[in-house]
Design a binder for this molecule. Structure first.
Ligand code: BTN
Length: 240
């Protein structure tokens, strides 16, 4: 395993993707103090200012098809949630599929990307945690940091090492069966959406529904107001 550390980089995901194509092995990590072009989900920008957060990408090679990437995302979300809880004592929760929230505000986002290395298929797990950020732009009322919620400055190193330990543990379990079934109950315990009403927003429609369950594939099972159940894949919709 190798770790590449940068003071400044475009995006740790982009860097690790290139490295994967050059033959980086499973477990390789790219981490940076600052990202100039941090990437968020749905083509958004992820603001990654200097030394205030954890901007990190990890390479895994689980030999799964693209349809299973959401499972890796869920697993990474659970590992991150546990690491934040253990190292800060804050009551971090998961907002399906993989935002980590504290007091209902987002402290962490995860962006998984599939990469074809030429030899195999690998997954880049990109994790961004707002650790000591003191302020967010007014147009991001839903964003927060561990510092703002815990009223404490946190060292990043213990969070990183705990996160990697958690991730490795869950990943080893996942790889045994290429299934979330050993993990999904723990995930559901931490998921704030369970049994709650949510807004499901896709490119074509928007409706209110109640979250009934999360299945072993990591899909959200919701019940619409007319009683009909729908199964929702991560990445297809936004849940508010
Ligand atoms: C989201 O939109 O919620 C996902 C944000 C993911 C940000 C992380 S920071 C490290 C890695 N490198 C990137 O460019 N993005 C991810």
């Amino acid at each position: 395993k190798e770790i590449a550390y940068y003071e400044e980089i475009d995006s740790t995901n982009t860097r690790l993707k290139a490295w994967a194509k050059e033959g980086a092995m499973e477990g390789s990590i790219v981490i940076a103090e600052e990202q100039l072009q941090g990437k968020g989900r749905l083509g958004r920008i992820w603001d990654s200012p200097k030394e205030t957060g954890i901007w990190m990408s990890i390479l895994v090679k689980p030999q799964i098809g693209i349809e299973k990437i959401p499972q890796i995302t869920l697993l990474a979300g659970l590992a991150t949630c546990e690491a934040i809880r253990k190292t800060t004592g804050l009551e971090a929760m998961i907002k399906w599929p993989n935002d980590i929230v504290v007091n209902n505000k987002k402290v962490c986002g995860i962006l998984c990307e599939l990469v074809n290395t030429g030899k195999d298929t690998a997954v880049i797990i990109g994790i961004g945690i707002n650790v000591n950020s003191k302020k967010f732009p007014d147009d991001l009322p839903y964003a927060t940091s561990l510092y703002l919620e815990g009223k404490e400055v946190y060292m990043r190193e213990p969070i990183i090492s705990c996160l990697l330990e958690q991730l490795e543990g869950y990943y080893i379990q996942y790889k045994k069966q290429l299934s979330l079934h050993n993990i999904i109950e723990q995930y559901k315990d931490k998921c704030i959406n369970m049994n709650r009403e949510v807004n499901i927003v896709s490119s074509t429609e928007s409706y209110r529904a109640t979250v009934k369950d999360i299945d072993v594939e990591g899909r959200l099972i919701v019940q619409k107001q007319n009683g009909i159940e729908e199964t929702i894949l991560a990445g297809e919709v936004s849940v508010r």
